[in-house]
Write a protein of this length. Structure first.
Length: 220
């Protein structure tokens, strides 16, 4: 029996099911937006349900992956004297039935001056063997962290001996990926935005910023 042999009411039921599912999805989204607006008002943040300007926050992964890139549930404001933005970043890979949506939580604080890319992540078996990065004088540090930057001077200015000791001792630094790029210092992880986590990550970024010597922000 081919699909053309199905009675007309089968197509009607399918259409109704799609409409009902879409309606409840829309209702759930509207409730979430209302909750986020109330939260933003309570804590003094500006909130936008959708703001695609944040997709240009970085030129590296995950911001350079896939297509249909979106900034969802974008919050902006001040936190402990730092400009802060946090949001859910989404992109799609594949198309049609093979398409897949990927989500990341992003938290970023503003820097005094725009600076080159400096990407800090953790070394693993594959990166140690096949990926080039910047090596420092501390071999334990080199075995633990993968440091990428087109500007070696900036990398060495930021990651001095005291900072290396702090990174090796701080479990957050050993666990998360973080990045300086342009006017932002950011960290991100896969998964949906969780407001209960945001300030934990923001405190981590503020602690990183505190390690950076002041001369790094000079234009001289």
């Amino acid at each position: 029996m081919s699909s053309s042999d199905n009675p007309w009411w089968v197509y009607v039921l399918c259409a109704v099911a799609v409409i009902v599912i879409g309606y409840f999805g829309w209702r759930a989204r509207q409730k979430k937006i209302a909750m986020y607006r109330a939260w933003a008002a309570q804590y003094g943040f500006h909130y936008e349900p959708s703001d695609n300007s944040v997709v240009g926050l970085s030129s590296e992964e995950p911001f350079n992956a896939g297509h249909s890139r979106k900034g969802v549930d974008v919050f902006r404001g001040m936190y402990k004297n730092s400009h802060i933005v946090f949001f859910q970043y989404q992109y799609t890979t594949g198309s049609g039935k093979e398409s897949q949506t990927h989500t990341h939580q992003v938290v970023a604080i503003g820097l005094p001056t725009a600076r080159p890319l400096l990407d800090i992540s953790q070394e693993n078996f594959l990166t140690k063997r096949f990926a080039k990065d910047i090596d420092f004088e501390n071999q334990t540090f080199n075995d633990t962290f993968r440091i990428k930057s087109p500007n070696r001077r900036f990398a060495f200015d930021v990651i001095h001996a005291r900072t290396m000791e702090w990174m090796l001792a701080d479990q957050r630094a050993r666990s998360y990926q973080w990045r300086f790029e342009g006017p932002w210092l950011m960290t991100f992880r896969s998964g949906a935005l969780k407001l209960e986590e945001v300030f934990f990550y923001a405190d981590f970024l503020i602690d990183i910023y505190a390690q950076v010597p002041r001369h790094v922000w000079s234009n001289n």
